[in-house]
Design a protein around this ligand. Structure first.
Ligand code: FMN
Length: 223
């Protein structure tokens, strides 16, 4: 048994563990699941503003995500200016018209059919805020990242969860290709857009596709 802290060649700090009594653990997970199970991708937004501070806290939470070699290869551009949202929508719809009209394979279009999406993206203007998430690659002011996609994907998951538990709706939108976003968001070439996320309250009476989630038995294997 070691009675003193091990000697390391890198600085350490004491862990601040979450102290949850074991008998409360399952209940906490169940409650969190009940909250997260109500998250839906929303495509119809009201123009009601997002309360102050919400986006900042959600981005702080996203930025707690683990990342390969702790490079934290993410940038969150929050667009609220109506004129910039208009430009964003215009450019996204131009790409999406191409995608739905020419670039998407029949197989891809068939997979999208039950969701009912098309080239029109009114949510990019209706939603009071649009968060464009960029992967930050190696550049003059940024180190080489590792597992960039995985790291940014986890951060986006935390962002969606934080906004959802605050009562805000989101849409994980991935226009293809996304290079136009560098110009609209004034970001350098080493930053590559990965997600466009409208944030706001759902429009009154908003409806969502009738989708089912896989049951635990279908997604989990115990060995
Ligand atoms: C990586 C990723 C990309 C997505 N891209 C789009 C998109 O471009 N447009 C869209 O309307 N929905 C998009 N979605 C949302 C999915 O269609 C949605 O999550 C799925 O239909 C399940 O619905 P739910 O989020 O309401 O559970 C995307 C989701 C993910 C995770």
């Amino acid at each position: 048994m070691v009675d003193s802290a091990p000697v390391t060649d890198h600085p350490t700090v004491p862990l601040r563990p979450m102290t949850v009594p074991a008998h409360e653990a399952e209940g906490r997970c169940r409650s969190f699941h009940q909250v997260m199970d109500r998250r839906r991708t929303v495509r119809d937004y009201s123009t009601e503003p997002v309360p102050d501070g919400v986006i900042e806290w959600a981005v702080r939470t996203a930025a707690t995500a683990p990342s390969g070699a702790h490079v934290q290869p993410w940038r969150f551009v929050v667009v609220t200016d109506p004129e910039r949202k208009r430009r964003l929508r215009e450019a996204a719809e131009a790409e999406e018209r191409e995608f739905y009209g020419h670039r998407a394979s029949e197989e891809w279009l068939a997979a999208l059919a039950p969701i009912g999406t098309d080239w029109r993206k009114p949510f990019l203007e209706d939603a009071p805020a649009v968060i464009v998430v960029f992967e930050v690659h190696k550049g003059p002011n940024s180190p080489r990242p590792y597992y960039t996609k995985e790291s940014v994907g986890i951060a986006v998951g935390l962002l969606l969860a934080s906004l959802h538990q605050a009562g805000l709706a989101t849409l994980t939108h991935t226009p293809s290709p996304m290079r136009f976003l560098n110009e609209v968001c004034e970001r350098p070439p080493e930053e590559r857009a990965a997600y466009v996320i409208p944030v706001g309250y759902p429009a009154p009476g908003a409806r969502v596709p009738d989708l089912a989630r896989k049951a635990l038995e279908e997604v989990m294997v115990r060995l």
